[in-house]
Design a binder for this molecule. Structure first.
Ligand code: ACO
Length: 331
């Protein structure tokens, strides 16, 4: 799916993020599995990641992120009439994390549901909220992306354990006088689904029902380097912009090598790229909003800046959005 945003201008007016306190370093991981700081840094660029406390579930990470986003937008829960939560690790399958969050935030009039699109979930949710706002079905949306992947990792599998971390982010979307989203490109390829999957997590019965993440790392690497580039190029072409116009590039934070490859191929100057994978690892649905929050904290998201975001992940899925930023985000 690809589309230029031709409806009334819609933008991000609030942004928040949250990561758990517990830092898990590469050195500590090397006491759990046969790995080393040197291997992880060289192959992934990840130095450390955050891990949720045993009593924390997804909504506990999402709530402070959502509250920060609402505060920045200057609105309250009651002002939200659409709440989407992109995650592959909800508190439970039902009630949805979105419904639980809507209740806690006091969003009594909100449609609330979870959305599953692997690590691309946040990009899918942005596009869906945009469509509902433009279609007049909702006035103000809260879009949350977050995961506690540490709960579904195989803690004996060094090839996946070192890559992921826990975290969440949230944005408020609403109408603005001008600018905002320019367009979206989203895609999926189920044929590659078994390269990154969670067998035993749904209604299909597997002999090995351990419900832990399994990944073909080299295949996912090839996929990721391909789609980060092709999706970004497609949306830029559709919206009539070039890479020289992009002020801030926010790629999915899976692996520094994947980001470097995409950055090189696209021709993005390195000072325009947002990278925090070194501190958080791959936080799945939390990755892009966490990176946006970091960019905001560094003073890089200013009105008029053109921001390119591209996510990719399980499904296999990918998704890009272009947005002309409209709000000064506090440092
Ligand atoms: N520590 C030490 N050695 C390791 C580790 C580790 N943590 N993990 C794997 N190895 C070993 C392998 O066993 C292999 O050993 P062998 O040669 O004796 O068989 C060797 O390192 C090389 O393994 P490769 O898989 O070929 O290493 P590669 O350079 O491809 O790096 C990696 C592996 C980092 C997983 C890479 O393939 C990758 O980043 N893939 C993409 C993963 C990803 O981003 N997934 C998520 C994206 S989608 C989403 O966000 C959900």
């Amino acid at each position: 799916m690809i589309g230029k945003a031709e409806g009334p201008p819609i933008s991000i007016t609030g942004l928040g993020a949250y990561v758990p306190d517990r830092v898990l370093t590469n050195a500590e991981l090397s006491t759990l599995v046969d790995t080393s700081d040197e291997w992880i840094m060289e192959r992934t660029g990840i130095r450390e990641r955050r891990i949720a406390a045993p009593e924390q579930a997804l909504t506990d990470l999402a709530l402070p992120a959502a509250q920060a986003a609402l505060a920045q937008a200057g609105v309250e829960g009651k002002d939200i009439d659409l709440l989407l939560c992109a995650t592959v690790t909800p508190d439970m399958m039902f009630p949805t994390s979105s419904a639980l969050l809507a209740d806690t935030l006091g969003a009594r009039d909100a449609a609330a549901y979870d959305l599953l699109a692997g690590c691309t979930g946040f990009m899918y949710a942005l596009a869906q909220a945009y469509g509902m706002l433009v279609g007049g079905l909702a006035k103000r949306a809260l879009v949350v992306g977050g995961d506690i992947l540490s709960r579904i990792l195989d803690w004996d599998d060094r090839s996946t354990l070192v890559l992921f971390g826990d975290g969440a982010g949230a944005v408020v979307l609403e109408a603005v006088p001008e600018q905002g989203f320019l367009g979206f490109e989203l895609g999926a390829d189920g044929a590659g689904g078994a390269n990154l999957w969670l067998p035993g997590s749904g209604s299909r019965i597997f002999d090995d029902g351990d419900r832990l993440v399994k990944m073909n790392g080299p295949e996912v690497f090839k996929f990721a380097t391909r789609v980060l580039v092709s999706s970004a190029e497609a949306i830029m072409e559709r919206c009539g912009v070039t890479i020289d116009d992009v002020d801030v590039y926010v790629p999915h934070q899976a692996n520094k090598r994947i980001i470097d490859h995409a950055t090189r191929k696209l021709g993005v100057p390195s000072d325009r790229v947002v990278i925090n994978v070194d501190r958080y690892g791959n936080t799945s649905s939390g990755s892009i909003p966490l990176a946006l929050a970091d960019a905001a904290a560094e003073g890089r998201l200013k009105p008029g800046k053109l921001v390119l975001m591209t996510g990719m992940g399980a499904g296999l899925t990918w998704g890009s959005a272009l947005i002309r930023w409209t709000k000064e985000m506090a440092r």
